[in-house]
Design a protein around this ligand. Structure first.
Ligand SMILES: C[S@@+](CC[C@H](N)C(=O)[O-])C[C@H]1O[C@@H](n2cnc3c(N)ncnc32)[C@H](O)[C@@H]1O
Length: 278
C-alpha cells in the first residue's frame, strides 16, 4: 500500500478501525489530565489554568475525550471534537458512565472553524481553554489548525498543545557493547511514522515538526508561549501497580515495554500558549 498523506476520509477510516483496540488496550484516566504515554498528568505538571465559572473548553482530536471528561468533572463546559465517529461513540458512553456532560462532535481539525460554524458552536473568541493531546501529528495542515484554534480562543485564553517530538522518530541502534543509541537521520525534516490499520486496509501517518517550527506557528497565530516542556516518564519500574494507577493517567503494556526508550528521548513536546490580544 502506498502512503499519499492523511485526508479526512482516510483518517476517519483508520481511526474508526482502530478505536475499539485503542480504547481497550490503553488505560486513560478521567481523574487527571493526561499528556502522553507513561508521563505525569496535570496533577504533577500543573499547566492547566484555573477553571472559572463559566469556563468554555474545546478539545481537538479528543479520541474518547478523557481529558474533556476530566475538565467537565471540574465544572467546565466542554466541546470535544474528533474525525472518528467510533472514537466519539466511546467518549459519549464514557461521559454517560461518569455522569458528566461533554458535547462530542465529529469535526475535522483541518477545517476546525468551518466545522464549529457548521455545528453552530461559534462566535469567534469563544473558548477559555483549547487543548489537544497527540492529535496534531495526524493533521494535513497543522499551521492552519493552530491559526484556527487561536481565532476561536478568548483574548487571554489558553492553548495547551501536546504534539509528537521529532527526536522520537529516530531509530535505536546497537552502538556496541550491548549499548543502544538514537540515530536521527534529519531533525529538520523528520520522516512520518506510517502505520497500518488493524484490518490492514488503511494507512495513517503521524508527522512531527521541529520545536522551533511549532513555536513559529504559535507566534504567527498571535499566541505567546508561556511554557515549553519535554516531560520524562514516571519511574514506572520503582512504582507499585497501585501507584501507577493513581499517578500515571495514560499507559498500556505496549508503552511499558518502551519505557527504556521513553526515559532517553522525549516522545512529546508540550506548549502552553496564551492569546495575546487583550
Ligand atoms: C493518538 S489519538 C489521541 C486521542 C486523544 N487525544 C487521547 O489522548 O487519547 C489521535 C486522535 O486524533 C484523531 N484525528 C485524526 N485525524 C483527525 C482530524 N483530521 N481531525 C480531528 N481528529 C483527528 C483520531 O481520530 C484520534 O482520536
Amino acid at each position: 500500500m502506498h502512503y499519499t498523506g492523511n485526508t479526512d476520509q482516510s483518517s476517519a477510516r483508520y481511526w474508526n478501525d482502530l478505536a475499539k483496540l485503542y480504547q481497550k488496550e490503553t488505560r486513560i484516566s478521567t481523574s487527571d489530565f493526561h499528556y502522553g504515554p507513561l508521563l505525569p498528568g496535570d496533577s504533577k505538571l500543573k499547566l492547566l489554568p484555573a477553571i472559572g465559572t463559566p469556563f468554555q473548553c474545546l478539545e481537538i482530536g479528543c479520541g474518547a475525550g478523557q481529558n474533556s471528561i476530566f475538565l467537565a468533572k471540574q465544572g467546565a463546559q466542554c466541546i470535544a471534537t474528533d474525525i472518528s465517529e467510533k472514537q466519539l461513540a466511546h467518549g459519549r458512553k464514557l461521559a454517560a458512565a461518569e455522569n458528566v456532560t461533554v458535547n462530542f462532535r465529529c469535526i475535522s481539525m483541518d477545517s476546525l472553524r468551518e466545522g464549529l460554524l457548521r455545528e453552530g458552536l461559534l462566535p469567534d473568541h469563544a473558548f477559555d481553554l483549547i487543548h489537544s493531546t497527540y492529535a496534531l501529528p495526524f493533521s494535513a495542515d497543522p499551521q492552519k489548525v493552530i491559526a484556527d484554534a487561536a481565532a476561536v480562543l478568548k483574548p487571554g485564553g489558553t492553548f495547551l498543545l501536546t504534539t509528537g517530538h521529532p527526536l522520537y522518530t529516530g531509530e535505536w541502534l546497537d552502538i556496541g557493547d550491548g549499548e543502544e543509541g538514537l540515530f536521527l537521520p534529519d531533525y529538520f525534516r523528520p520522516e512520518p511514522d506510517v502505520r497500518i490499520s488493524p484490518d490492514g486496509q488503511t494507512l495513517s501517518a503521524a508527522q512531527t515538526w521541529p520545536a522551533s517550527t511549532i513555536a513559529e506557528w504559535l507566534h504567527s497565530a498571535g499566541l505567546l508561549i508561556e511554557r515549553f516542556l519535554e516531560p520524562e516518564p514516571m519511574p514506572i519500574p520503582d512504582m507499585s501497580e497501585a501507584e501507577v494507577r493513581a499517578a500515571v493517567p495514560y499507559e498500556s503494556n505496549g508503552w511499558r515495554e518502551l519505557y527504556p526508550q521513553l526515559t532517553r528521548a522525549p516522545i512529546v513536546m508540550l506548549f502552553k500558549a496564551v492569546h495575546q490580544n487583550f
